[in-house]
Structures are given as structure tokens and as C-alpha cells.
Write a protein that binds this ligand. Structure first.
Ligand SMILES: Cc1cc2nc3c(=O)[nH]c(=O)nc-3n(C[C@H](O)[C@H](O)[C@H](O)COP(=O)(O)OP(=O)(O)OC[C@H]3O[C@@H](n4cnc5c(N)ncnc54)[C@H](O)[C@@H]3O)c2cc1C
Length: 386
């Protein structure tokens, strides 16, 4: 249903077609190897750029496709069916290109956006620190005025693409004790003196996202690389997080869609006790449960996408979509894996990678606890609200 192709613009239809071909050519055959470090993850970006996948929401005048949010989600859904982690890596770099256009159309966008869209450089967004995850007000990375620029010090961790990024959007505190109001955002180049990568050693689904960290020691950032002033950075990131929650929810639906496709094909050809698995009611009911849960997830995603494209309030809708879709994927991918028997553990299927990915999805862009708080806040002063 997310991939409902009615009312698609020509541009969106061709982007979805490109995504499909890219997924078949580059993602499906290589995804298992990336996680094991047997394939250069950066090798993904240039072919993705050539397919237009790194400029989905970058406006036309900057060479992008200028798609709506809902259409971008359809493209991501296609990619995530093959490999959630690769889709996350690509969209995170894409988002920085779109952000540079929005925040610095005359200065930073002309310098970096065409390279980001081609995939010749890669970027990421860094909020999380060793001591601050859910509680962003606790960020310890500092930005202190120095001459015409800023001096940055601190550490970031659990950042998608940080293992290989050339440019990083760093969120840093400009005024101790001021909480989120003092946070500003900077575009920092990874070859700046004082920038040092820190490896995050983890399992395959995460390593194929290029998860990593870095330390900043007196990294100088000139004022043209200040993306958002103190105060504005937090407002911007909250908007971005609502959009990310929505597409992560869609990508969780995509993983379940793919699993259902694989299970249906396998259940038809695999026989046991004289008939195919899909002839057994007990086996079919697992599939029916998954298909029903998937449809509910897709409806929540669709609602959030429509709100975003209309410019409506989306905080609660995005939180609900991600809450439901991540937990639906965690449950249903496990159950669909079981329905495959041992076959489901083979590398040529995505079940195991995607099961891990569904668990990581419940932390990235706001953990389940944070989303529940978001939804609860909406209901706090409305007894009887339905
Ligand atoms: C796959 C993946 C990709 C990521 N990509 C990025 C990225 O690109 N950029 C980036 O900046 N960060 C990224 N992160 C980090 C992510 O944003 C954090 O993991 C997330 O914000 C949670 O922070 P934490 O892991 O430090 O957990 P903590 O904040 O330490 O929380 C630990 C546990 O306690 C719970 N908890 C926290 N506070 C409360 C509360 N008030 N009430 C009840 N329970 C609570 C949480 O839900 C969680 O279950 C990524 C993480 C993952 C797993």
C-alpha cells in the first residue's frame, strides 16, 4: 500500500523504477557481504548517485529530483526491501545534501551538494554521544567562539556513515547549562585537523550502515560552516526526526513486505507430509497475522506521510507510526523466519539481517520509550480523548 502507484508523478515513478533496479543490481547480491566487511560499503554511493537516489528531495535548481516526502518514502521502501541498512546509509547522506540546501543555499550548498548527490562524498548527522543518547539536552560536545569561527571539542558515537563519511553535521553546545537552547549545528569536514574516527565494533546489520564515531579535538570551523545558530538547530532537528521516524516506519514495513513475499513463494513450493506448506491452515495463519499487522503499519505510515506533505502537525502521528511499525517488524520477522524453517537462515534471504535491523530501528531517531512519552503527552490533559 505504501507503494500504491496511483497519482504518482512521472518523476516519482521513474525514481521508484531506478530504486528497484539499483536494489536488484547492487543491494540484494551484496548485502550479506557488507555486514561481514567483505565489500567496500562506500562502493554503494556512486551507483546510487548515478541512479538519482542521493538527490530525491534536493530541489531541481540544485540538480535533485525535488520529490515530495511521500514519494521519497516510496523509493526508500523499495531499497529497504532488499537491505534496510544500506537504505539507511544512503538516506542519511541524502538528508545532509537536502539540509545544506535549506540552511546554506548560497555558501555550503554550491560547494558540496553536487558531490553528495553524485556519491563522490558521503555525509552523516551526529547528535549521539557516549554520554548522551535520548537526552539531547545533555550533549557535552562544545563549540566555543574563536575569531571568525568556532572551536569544537567532544565525541560522537553510533552515527550512521561515520565510519566513512567525508562531512559530518555536528550538534554542539555553545553555552554550558543552556540545554537544547544552546545547541548549534556545524558542517565539519572529516579531514579537518583534530578530527579522529573512533571505530564502533558491532554486528553485521549495524556495520553495513557504516556505524561509527569520532573525536573532535580543537577542530576549527569557520563561520560559513555554521549550519544552524544556537536555538534554531534543535527546532530543525526535531522536524527532521519526525520525518525520519516516518521513513524508518515505512522501511520496517518494507522488510515485512519482503519477508511475506519470500515466505509465500517458499511455502508454495516446499512440501511436508504430502502437500505444500501453504495448504496447512496452521502455517497460513502466521502469514495472515503478518499481512494484517503490515497493513495496519502501512496505514499509520501513510497518514504520517500525508501530514508531512500537507505541512500539518506530525509529531504524534510519526511517533505512532514508528512505534507500531518497529515492534510489528520485530514480531513478524521472527514469526515469518520460523515459517521458512531452516531455509530462512540462508544468507540469500534478508530475514536475519532484517530482524536485527528491526531492533536497531526501535532505537534510532527516538527510542520506543521516547515515542511512548510523545504519544502519552498528547493524551495527558485530555481525559476521555479517543
Ligand atoms: C542503528 C542505529 C543508528 C543510529 N544512527 C544515529 C545517527 O545517525 N546519528 C545519531 O546522532 N545517533 C544515531 N543513533 C543513536 C540513537 O539515536 C540512540 O541510540 C538513541 O537516541 C538512544 O540513545 P542511547 O542508545 O544512548 O540510549 P539511552 O538514552 O541511554 O537509553 C537506554 C534505554 O533507556 C530508555 N530510556 C531512556 N530514557 C528513558 C526515560 N525517560 N523513560 C524510560 N526509558 C528511558 C531508552 O528507551 C533505552 O531503551 C543510532 C542508533 C542506532 C541503534
Amino acid at each position: 500500500m505504501i507503494l500504491d502507484t496511483q497519482d504518482l508523478s512521472k518523476r516519482a515513478a521513474s525514481a521508484i523504477e531506478e530504486a528497484d533496479q539499483f536494489a536488484q543490481r547492487h543491494l540484494a547480491p551484496n548485502a550479506a557481504q557488507w555486514g561481514q566487511g567483505l565489500f567496500d560499503r562506500r562502493a554503494l554511493f556512486e551507483p546510487a548517485g548515478a541512479a538519482g537516489l542521493l538527490g530525491l528531495q534536493v530541489p531541481h535548481e540544485f540538480g535533485g529530483l525535488g520529490l515530495s516526502f511521500g514519494d521519497k518514502v516510496k523509493v526508500l521502501h523499495k531499497l529497504a526491501q532488499s537491505d534496510f541498512s544500506a537504505a539507511m546509509a544512503l538516506v542519511n547522506s541524502h538528508n545532509v545534501a537536502a539540509q545544506l540546501v535549506k540552511a546554506s543555499p548560497h555558501e555550503l550548498a554550491p560547494r558540496y551538494v553536487s558531490h553528495l548527490m553524485r556519491g563522490s562524498i558521503v555525509a552523516c548527522t551526529a547528535l549521539t554521544e557516549p554520554g548522551a543518547g535520548s537526552d539531547l539536552g545533555q550533549l557535552q560536545t562544545t563549540a566555543i567562539r574563536q575569531g571568525d569561527g568556532w572551536l569544537l571539542n567532544g565525541s560522537k558515537t553510533w552515527i550512521i556513515n561515520a565510519a566513512h563519511a567525508d562531512g559530518v553535521v555536528v550538534y554542539a553546545q555553545t553555552q554550558a547549562g543552556s540545554g537544547v537552547k544552546g545547541i548549534a549545528a556545524f558542517f565539519v569536514l572529516a579531514d579537518s585537523p583534530g578530527f579522529e574516527r573512533v571505530e564502533v565494533v558491532t554486528n553485521s546489520a549495524l556495520s553495513s550502515m557504516g556505524i561509527g564515531g569520532f573525536r573532535l579535538t580543537n577542530v576549527y570551523c569557520d563561520s560559513s560552516h555554521l549550519l544552524y545558530q544556537p536555538g534554531k538547530a534543535f527546532v530543525d532537528i526535531m522536524g527532521a526526526i519526525n520525518r525520519a521516524r516516518t521513513y524508518v516506519a515505512a522501511m520496517c514495513c518494507a522488510m515485512v513486505t519482503q519477508a511475506l513475499n519470500d515466505v509465500s513463494v517458499y511455502g508454495h513450493k516446499r512440501t511436508a507430509f504430502g502437500q505444500s506448506l501453504d495448504q496447512y491452515q496452521g502455517w497460513r495463519w502466521q502469514i495472515a497475522q503478518a499481512a494484517t499487522a503490515l497493513q495496519a503499519g502501512e496505514l499509520l505510515v501513510r497518514d504520517a506521510c500525508e501530514r508531512i506533505d500537507k505541512g500539518d502537525e506530525v509529531q504524534t502521528a510519526a511517533a505512532q507510526a514508528k512505534l507500531y511499525a518497529t515492534s510489528m517488524a520485530q514480531t513478524q520477522l521472527g514469526s515469518l523466519l520460523h515459517a521458512m524453517g531452516a531455509e530462512g537462515f540462508l544468507d540469500r534471504y534478508a530475514f536475519l539481517r532484517h530482524l536485527t535491523a528491526a531492533h536497531t530501528a526501535s532505537l534510532a531517531d527516538g527510542s520506543t520509550a521516547m515515542l511512548l512519552e510523545r504519544v502519552a503527552n498528547d493524551y495527558r490533559f485530555k481525559p476521555g480523548a479517543t
